[in-house]
Design a protein around this ligand. Structure first.
Ligand SMILES: [Zn+2]
Length: 114
């Protein structure tokens, strides 16, 4: 149920959000079960976990990806951003590390619509 909800919502939710949405859907699941399932899914690498100032959020993707956070609403969107190979080579030369994966954090607000 927890995983289903994350897949359907395709966003980043707190344990409380997940608990409330499942109960609103008529799913009879307790707080503790929600937490236990989230912990198990996260330690199995099935879901992602973001630690934000406002608390811990869970998302349905576990592969490396970037995030765009709206400065007006706080909504977090998943993004797939690919850096140019040349830039990755420069970073490797600069740091002496072979880059295996990367994620980026973007913040912004909606472009004014005309
Ligand atoms: Zn995400």
């Amino acid at each position: 149920m927890v995983l289903d909800l994350l897949w359907v919502e395709k966003s980043h939710l707190s344990a409380r959000d997940i608990f409330e949405r499942l109960n609103n859907l008529g799913r009879n699941i307790g707080h503790t079960s929600v937490y236990q399932n989230l912990e198990a899914l996260q330690s199995a690498g099935v879901i992602e976990c973001l630690d934000r100032a406002s608390g811990r959020l869970y998302g349905y993707r576990s592969d490396p990806h970037s995030h765009l956070t709206c400065t007006k609403t706080g909504r977090i969107q998943d993004l797939d951003v690919e850096l140019p190979a040349e830039l990755l080579r420069q970073i490797e030369a600069h740091t002496g590390y072979a880059i295996e994966s990367y994620t980026m954090q973007f913040t912004g607000h909606p472009l004014a619509s005309l």
